[in-house]
Write a protein that binds this ligand. Structure first.
Ligand SMILES: Nc1ncnc2c1ncn2[C@@H]1O[C@H](COP(=O)(O)OP(=O)(O)OP(=O)(O)O)[C@@H](O)[C@H]1O
Length: 362
């Protein structure tokens, strides 16, 4: 079964001074009025598992007003193991610990991964491409430590190259060197990303078919280097990338930024052959993201052999009865889930029967 979170401690975290919660190994419902700290609790769980927060906060925002530092901690248990994880937030920095030893944020998912679903995700299909890329990369970062390294190395290379492009008359031999580095780093990241995407999309389409009673969803990776590079080896992609950089150099110098590469790619969806962004109903678009999140859970089981922690922040109220029932069936398959709500009425009785309900702000 793998690890589950059995308890969570929050000290000077966001609006909490001191709070301890025991979690169910199956489903915990965090219930309370608006602005009592439900999302802040989910955010702490995400920080202790994914090593990041979906809100992308500055450290100072995580510390309770008028306090110097915050500490969140969780105990994880399962398969005869006990693991204690913690995150200490101080001005300008965050520090992670596993069993009392310092570790890096990107090490946290190696203990337990998480999949978070919140109301912002419901516009996943319609939002900008970076939102879909971030979702895929966020999952890859958790599932594979090497993926996290590739992402940050490539991000740094693009940042440096863009800085150089912004200079009025950059040193062209330096730009050549950055081109080579960006092409190789980009090709390595692209190969890893597309491999991950290929594994995920099979699950997404299958789950979508079940939610929608047989509609056919296709997910396509749209590569800014052209779709023909996707079947190539890493070295061939790097060569193609380098030669495309040569072609667009004039334009990039004019615009002061890198115009091609994995940082400009997108993911598109069609339902029964029609573009879901342009033609999909709101319900169909929501089913896509629901299927995507469930697919992440399935793939996490496959890749790391353990169930991730599923965090559902206020999404039940946003789903219609049909999609809520799909989510309920999925949650009942035994995955540890923490879900927030202002109203227990959104949950069917049989789901609440086995759940632990924790009042937040009571
Ligand atoms: N660093 C901080 N110090 C003090 N309070 C904070 C800090 N960060 C956030 N808060 C407060 O925490 C409160 C609870 O926020 P949270 O997003 O968790 O609410 P919620 O219970 O999920 O509400 P809703 O049901 O409306 O989504 C907010 O009023 C917010 O202003």
């Amino acid at each position: 079964m793998g690890l589950v979170v059995t308890s969570l401690g929050l000290r000077n975290w966001r609006n909490f001074s001191e709070r301890h919660l025991d979690l169910s190994p199956t489903m915990t419902v965090l219930c309370g009025s608006n602005a009592v700290g439900k999302t802040n609790t989910v955010e702490a769980l995400q920080m202790l598992t994914a090593g990041t927060s979906f809100r992308k906060p500055k450290p100072s925002q995580l510390v309770r007003e008028d306090c110097d530092s915050a500490r969140i901690s969780a105990r994880m248990e399962g398969d005869g193991r006990v693991v204690d994880v913690a995150c200490v937030v101080e001005p300008g920095k965050r520090r992670f610990e596993r069993n009392g030893k310092r570790c890096h944020a990107s090490d946290m998912p190696q203990t337990l991964m998480s999949v978070l679903f919140n109301p912002d995700d419901l516009s996943f299909v319609k939002r900008g491409a970076s939102y879909r890329r971030d979702e895929l990369d966020g999952f890859g970062r958790q599932a594979n430590h090497g993926y996290a390294k590739l992402l940050s190395a490539y991000g740094r290379a693009i940042e440096q190259r863009n800085r150089l492009l912004k200079e009025g008359h950059p040193d062209l031999s330096l730009l050549d060197a950055w081109d080579a580095s960006v092409a190789l780093g980009g090709a390595t990241l692209l190969s890893a990303r597309v491999r991950l995407f290929e594994r995920l999309r099979g699950h997404i389409s299958a789950i979508y078919g079940q939610i929608s009673d047989g509609e056919r969803l296709e997910c396509t990776y749209q590569c800014s280097l052209g779709s023909d590079v996707l079947g190539l080896s890493r070295d061939q992609i790097a060569d193609a990338f380098l030669s495309r950089l040569g072609e667009v150099r004039g334009e990039e110098l004019r615009r002061g930024q890198t115009l091609i590469g994995p940082q400009r790619d997108d993911i598109a969806f069609t339902i029964d052959g029609r573009d879901a962004r342009a033609f999909g109903s709101q319900g169909q678009q929501r089913s896509i993201v629901l299927a995507w999140k469930m697919a992440e859970v399935e793939l996490a089981r496959e890749v790391v052999g353990e169930q991730p922690l599923l965090l559902l922040d206020d999404v039940m109220s946003e789903l219609d009865a049909h999609r809520r029932a799909s989510m309920t069936r999925f949650v009942q398959s035994g995955i540890q889930t923490v879900v927030t709500t202002t109203n227990l009425g959104y949950f069917p009785d049989d789901l609440l029967e086995g759940a632990k309900v924790v009042e937040i702000g009571g």
